[in-house]
Design a protein around this ligand. Structure first.
Ligand code: ADP
Ligand code: ASP
Ligand code: MG
Length: 419
């Protein structure tokens, strides 16, 4: 029997009426002859509420209990979805991660898949069930504890099931009708893409476009899953939404295909650090041990006169998520107190955002950076840090200009027009 994976995000299961609407979409696929694995998120806002409760109860919480609490939102929607389908005479049953089992590593709150054995669910389909509803975002560790996959992780659950069960397609139903040239909440000129290459989607996701979790795109690329993003609020058919696919399947060729942003960034500068071999390791080692996700790094070498001698010094600037600043500060201050690094000052700017332009066309076209910088300068937006890779350019700017920067770049690269 051909099999589909259908994933419904938080807004798509936000209340009983929406669960019913999603269930009708599942029923339609069953009537077309598919077995379906449905992956559900928690009702929108639920996971945030659960995270808040954990943080209020225990600021330095035990990660195992965090996962026990925050995974629970998905358990509720999985059961409700199975009940709704049963009321529609669709043979359905729900499963939590540990029941499948969805085996993961024991990295609580950021676990990764180890295996999803098929035998149990295969036997259930053979018994006559048409739909297996699986709670997204969660799994079970080798120690038998509940784990979660990181925020937005239900997308990754969906792709992992599509890969494990050889699904014909993995459909991600959400509150937008596809992947756009940029977040349609930021500009109404954003244009829906019919197709987007895995590499571009991977960059957009990792640079902040939360329409798909980064890891889900990685898995889809690795296991050749046909991944589609589409609206749960509109009538859809096999041509709806955006297909994430190989570059070769894409006709449209623009140099820049999308713009992503990440609102909550921080910039930290260690002023006057001694410039010697090993200094970067002495700074970034403790940051990594403290769990700080360092993103962009810039080093400016200069000279300083010290007791009559010129010595090479450097200012080391890096960025990280704003909610990790306290941890970063503590790690650096501890390293300074232990004597492993020395610096004059630590300057922290918590009001920055990152805006990035992405496109596989950049591999073969020069001039994108210059065009990007002049578009920002025309709006008087100052660039604080620049980072590049083969198919993206990112800049760190003041957060208050973030929307303006996205809109200006969207216009400058003509993204509202089809290629
Ligand atoms: P779900 O709850 O269904 O998982 P998310 O809120 O995680 O949904 O992701 C969908 C949201 O992603 C959209 O509402 C949109 O605001 C945002 N988004 C960011 N960038 C893009 C983009 N390039 N294309 C479409 N949506 C985007
Ligand atoms: N409910 C989880 C979250 O909000 C997982 C998901 O929706 O994908 O992060
Ligand atoms: Mg999501």
């Amino acid at each position: 029997m051909p099999l589909l994976v259908m994933k419904f995000g938080g807004t798509s299961v936000a209340d009983l009426e929406r669960i019913r609407n999603a269930a009708l979409k599942v029923k339609r696929e069953v009537e077309r002859g598919y077995d379906v694995i449905v992956i559900v998120s928690a009702m929108s806002g639920k996971t945030n509420e659960l995270v808040g409760w954990v943080e209020q109860t225990s600021p330095l919480f035990d990660a195992r209990e965090y996962d026990a609490v925050v995974s629970s939102g998905e358990n509720v929607t999985a059961g409700l979805m199975a009940l709704t389908l049963q009321e529609m005479d669709v043979p359905a049953r729900s499963w939590q991660g540990w029941q499948v089992p969805i085996n993961t590593t024991s990295a609580h709150s950021a676990a990764r898949f180890v295996s999803i054995p098929r035998d149990h669910l295969d036997a259930k389909f053979a018994e006559g069930f048409k739909v297996a509803v699986v709670a997204g975002f969660q799994g079970v560790s080798p120690e038998g504890r509940i784990t979660t996959l990181g925020r937005g992780g239900s997308d990754t659950t969906a792709v992992a099931f599509a890969a494990a069960f050889g699904a014909e397609r993995c459909d991600i139903y959400t509150d937008v009708d596809g992947v756009y040239t940029t977040d349609p909440r930021i500009t109404d000129k954003a244009r829906k893409l019919d197709r987007i290459a895995f590499e571009e989607m991977l960059e957009l996701a990792s640079l902040g476009a939360k329409v798909l979790q980064t890891r889900s795109v990685e898995l889809a690329m690795r296991y050749k899953v046909r991944l589609r993003v589409l609206s749960s609020f509109e009538d859809t058919d096999e041509n709806s939404g955006t297909l994430v696919c190989d570059e070769e399947e894409i006709m449209e060729s623009k140099v820049v295909s999308g713009i992503a942003y990440s609102r909550d960034e921080a910039k930290l500068t260690l002023v006057t650090v001694e410039d010697r071999p090993g200094i970067a390791a002495a700074i970034f080692g403790p940051l990594s041990e403290a769990g700080v996700n360092v993103d962009m790094i810039v080093q400016n070498i200069s000279e300083k006169n010290f007791e009559g001698h010129n010595v090479a010094v450097t200012d080391m600037t890096f960025s990280c998520p704003v909610n990790q600043v306290a941890r970063a500060q503590k790690a650096l201050e501890d390293a300074r107190a232990s004597g492993s690094i020395a610096y004059d000052d630590l300057v922290v700017d918590t009001d920055v955002a990152k805006v990035s332009v992405v496109g596989i066309g950049m591999r073969s076209h020069a001039g994108v950076a210059a065009q990007m910088f002049s578009a920002l300068s025309a709006e008087n937006i100052n660039i604080k840090v620049i980072g590049t890779s083969e198919i993206k350019i990112s800049v760190l700017i003041d957060r208050k200009y973030m929307e303006l920067a996205v809109q200006a770049l969207h216009d400058a690269f003509g993204l509202h027009r089809a290629a």
